[in-house]
Write a protein that binds this ligand. Structure first.
Ligand SMILES: [Zn+2]
Length: 237
């Protein structure tokens, strides 16, 4: 008798959970990314710190053969089915609003995502890495930063009002690198965010889901390999 009462009560609780769909599910969904971030922090702590800092001095040396401050002139070889490790990520901004997606725009290719941020908002490094470029481009990115990461990815942050890192600086995932702004060719403050491999832009939305503040998976596989000018360099000796 008592047992069946409990069962009934449980049934009601379960039912009310289901009927709470709208708000409760939203709250659960919002909690998911932060749980994941916490897990990632633990994973980072487990890594061998000596090996990690060696890798940060020369990030992704397995595929890149140069270190210049030119955004497009990367040399190296990325094999096909190259697996990019997205664990240990940090969203560059808590903003969930995409102003403009990657792809063709006004007859040109928009090589990144435009995310709504306000002037002065903190912009953070997406992964551990080393700052390759810290420059100003008045007709384009404005104040911008490019970071190369040990997973082979390079991330670009444009239209900043202020850069707070320097070229060749080692940064950690989540470390503040700049402030949101409206510099360069920009209409209204936003973050122009790019992800590149060997200078080739890849749609950031394939890896970063800003709306849900999470990555799309633990790994992203780059199907087609990329090879740029590295054969001549490596065969010289
Ligand atoms: Zn843009």
């Amino acid at each position: 008798m008592e047992f069946s009462t409990i069962k009934k009560t449980l049934g009601i609780v379960a039912l009310s959970l289901v009927s709470l769909s709208g708000m409760a599910q939203d709250i659960i969904a919002r909690q998911a990314p932060s749980d994941k971030r916490l897990k990632d922090i633990h994973n980072v702590k487990l890594n061998n710190t000596a090996a990690l800092s060696a890798d940060l001095n020369d990030p992704a040396a397995n595929i890149y053969t140069d270190w210049t401050d030119n955004i497009r002139s990367c040399t190296g070889v990325v094999p096909s089915n190259y697996k990019i490790d997205l664990r240990g990520f940090c969203m560059p901004t808590p903003s969930r609003k995409i102003n403009s997606p990657f792809g063709p725009r006004w007859g040109r290719q928009h090589e990144g995502l435009d995310i709504k941020v306000y002037i002065g908002d903190t912009i953070r490094a997406a992964f551990d890495g080393k700052v390759r470029i810290c420059k100003y481009n008045g007709g384009g990115y404005g104040y911008y930063i490019v970071i190369r990461h040990p997973n082979g990815l390079e991330t670009l942050y444009g239209h900043l009002s202020k850069q707070i890192v320097k070229k060749d600086q080692i940064v950690r995932a989540g470390e503040p690198i700049g402030l949101g702004g409206n510099t360069g060719k920009s209409n209204g403050s936003h973050l122009h965010f790019e992800t590149r491999v060997l200078g080739q832009p890849i749609n950031p939305a394939l890896m970063f889901d800003f709306e849900h503040q999470d990555v799309t998976g633990d790994f992203f596989v780059l199907n087609n390999g990329i090879s740029k000018g590295s054969v001549a360099k490596s065969s010289k000796k």
